[in-house]
Design a protein around this ligand. Structure first.
Ligand SMILES: [Zn+2]
Length: 278
């Protein structure tokens, strides 16, 4: 049977994802809003390939663009939560994280037609230091989380975490770690915006084939700003210039290569396979 992979989008504007601008929300209103134009382009691409995805939406975005969220929902995509202010979960107290969830859910629920059951932490920031966050998600009615990054990069990672989707014994929440490949005894990140932008398409495809051969889905993530070649902001840090801007021009071509070769769907539709493995 063909494995269904997950196409996931973290819905935030470019300045909410950059660590240098994220910390000054009082300035967000002065920065060029690029979310709608980029999201419409991405929605068009997904529609062309008849693919439904999961959009993890920042509560702040839902508040600012309610019609955009309604449109994404009406196109059949799944809506999940990506926090309210795009904060690192491992820096929050349990109470603060719970408040972030309440505030985001309050904004999102009136806009969508299906129950909200999925969460992704900003910066994949649920790791071994803050597994209590999964208990909070369970208490708030979420069915799954997709915040583990089972290797390390410059900003985040949880190298000891399981690599594949699994049900957590402690609270029965399902975790969908972002996909990695194993080559030469090393765990390689392949499945995210930066990696798809930076790696040759043949490597990404080889990684998906490796996972699918093992009966595992590829959990792919990206952000609408990664397709944006019309935005130029010079005050970024050296790291951000690489992590946020490298390879943008080639991303659409690579996504087309993936969308035309592999099957993708929203994460919620992968739950039955985790509950009853083949
Ligand atoms: Zn994000």
């Amino acid at each position: 049977m063909t494995v269904i992979n997950a196409f996931t989008v973290d819905l935030e504007d470019w300045f909410q994802g950059l660590t240098s601008t994220n910390v000054h929300p009082e300035n967000w209103g002065n920065l060029e809003a690029r979310l709608e134009i980029n999201t419409h382009r991405l929605l068009g691409l997904l529609a062309e390939y008849n693919v439904r995805a999961t959009f993890f939406v920042l509560g702040n975005v839902a508040e600012r663009y309610p019609d955009l969220i309604r449109r994404i929902d009406a196109a059949g995509h799944e809506i999940g939560v990506h926090g309210y202010w795009h904060l690192m979960v491992h820096r929050l107290s349990r109470e603060h994280f719970a408040e972030e969830m309440d505030r985001a859910l309050e904004r999102l629920r009136p806009l969508v037609s299906r129950p909200i059951i999925g969460h992704r932490a900003p910066y994949f920031s649920i790791n071994g230091q803050c597994l209590w966050a999964l208990d909070v998600l369970h208490e708030k009615g979420f069915h799954y989380d997709s915040s583990f990054f089972p290797t390390r990069n410059m900003l985040y990672g949880y190298p000891d975490s399981p690599r594949f989707p699994h049900r957590r014994e402690q609270n029965q929440l399902i975790e969908f770690p972002v996909s990695t490949a194993r080559w030469l005894g090393i765990t390689w990140p392949i499945a995210g915006g930066f990696y798809v932008r930076s790696l040759p398409l043949t490597i990404v495809k080889a990684g998906i084939r490796q996972l699918n051969r093992q009966g595992q889905p590829m959990i792919l993530y990206m952000h609408p700003w990664e397709m944006d070649t019309g935005q130029h902001y010079s005050a970024v840090t050296f790291r951000e210039r690489i992590t946020h801007y490298h390879g943008r021009a080639g991303l659409e071509r690579k996504l087309r290569g993936l969308l035309s070769e592999f099957r993708f769907g929203p994460l919620a539709e992968l739950i039955p396979a985790v509950m009853a493995p083949a």
